[in-house]
Ligand binder design. Structure first.
Ligand code: 13P
Ligand code: SF4
Length: 302
């Protein structure tokens, strides 16, 4: 079946099954094009919480679909690429959080949304790259254990008086970006503004002009006055940027910044998931209700 035929079937099935398709900014262009909403982790969480529909098809990675299932337990949540995980989310476990709490009894535990439901259930509050600073500064505690992304933790530490204790996790895609990549890109595209994601290393952030979540980057480029931008995040974002920000030239900071998990969602898998209402993502009730507290506390802050 060619893509046009698949798209037609997806549109018909979406109607028939009362489904909405959510896609992360890193998804392949053909997948973004069938989505009802494309966004960063925060926008997709809000959408999962507020949009109508009986079925959510989540084109992203598993922690995102889990968050949707936690916020909308009455809906069927589908993850077309059942094995699309986030390696960073596996870098901290619920057991490790319980043990860390005994070492840091006065610290609030902040979980980046890139974590498992079990980890969220052990934390005080969640955050995304779009609201991490605001979330940390909203807390009454003076000490914060920030899991699992050490780079985001160190970025947040620049904007708070609180003591931020970073966990030793990282994104295998963003952590690969180096200051040499920045220097090379600046040489190749003189005058272009450099925008990076806060999952990048601190020294890369130092060399950038701006730091944003994925949707923040798109807004910045669309509204910006400069004609050219160097984008330091997963390269899938360039599809939406070029489509939605006409007249702007956007270049990847590193062509190696590819998240293979985000690329597992294929149009044919989206169709299959709608046909079979599978693979489903569910979270056990007790874990879901504790994780929901942490996510809802975050949504109330921003
Ligand atoms: P955003 O929330 O900024 O879209 O980031 C999600 C992510 O996985 C980045 O690697
Ligand atoms: Fe996880 Fe990094 Fe992929 Fe985002 S880009 S889903 S943090 S591995």
């Amino acid at each position: 079946m060619d893509n046009n035929a698949i798209i037609e079937k997806i549109i018909a099935l979406k109607e028939e099954k009362d489904a909405i398709i959510l896609a992360h900014n890193y998804q392949e262009g053909v997948v973004q094009d069938v989505a009802d909403l494309i966004g960063d982790s925060l926008e997709l969480s809000r959408a999962a919480d507020s949009l109508d529909g009986s079925v959510i098809v989540f084109c992203g990675v598993d922690f995102m679909a889990e968050t949707a299932a936690i916020l909308s337990p009455q809906k069927i949540v589908l993850l077309p690429a059942h094995d699309a995980g986030c390696p960073m989310a596996e870098m901290v476990t619920a057991e490790e959080i319980r043990s860390a709490r005994t070492r840091f009894p006065d610290a609030a535990v902040v979980a980046y949304v890139n974590t498992t439901a079990e980890v969220k259930a052990e934390c005080d509050i969640c955050c995304t790259s779009a609201n991490a600073v605001k979330v940390v500064n909203s807390l009454p505690e003076d000490q914060v254990l920030f899991v699992p992304d050490r780079n985001l933790a160190r970025y947040v530490a620049r904007f708070t008086k609180k003591q931020v204790i970073p966990w030793e996790g990282y994104c295998i895609v963003h952590d690969l970006i180096t200051v040499e990549d920045v220097a090379l890109a600046k040489q190749r595209y003189p005058g272009a503004e450099v925008i990076v994601h806060p999952e990048c290393r601190p020294e890369v952030i130092d060399d950038a002009d701006y730091v944003y979540s994925t949707s923040g980057m798109i807004r910045h480029v669309c509204e910006g006055k400069k004609p050219a931008y160097i984008i330091g995040t997963e390269i899938g974002i360039l599809y939406r940027m070029q489509k939605e920000c006409p007249g702007k030239s956007c270049y990847p900071l590193s062509n190696r910044a590819v998240c293979s998990n985000m690329k597992k969602t294929k149009l044919s898998l989206v169709l299959q998931s709608l046909e079979n209402l599978a693979p489903r993502v569910t979270v056990p009730g007790d874990i879901a209700s504790r994780a929901r507290n942490a996510i809802e506390r975050m949504l109330a802050v921003t």
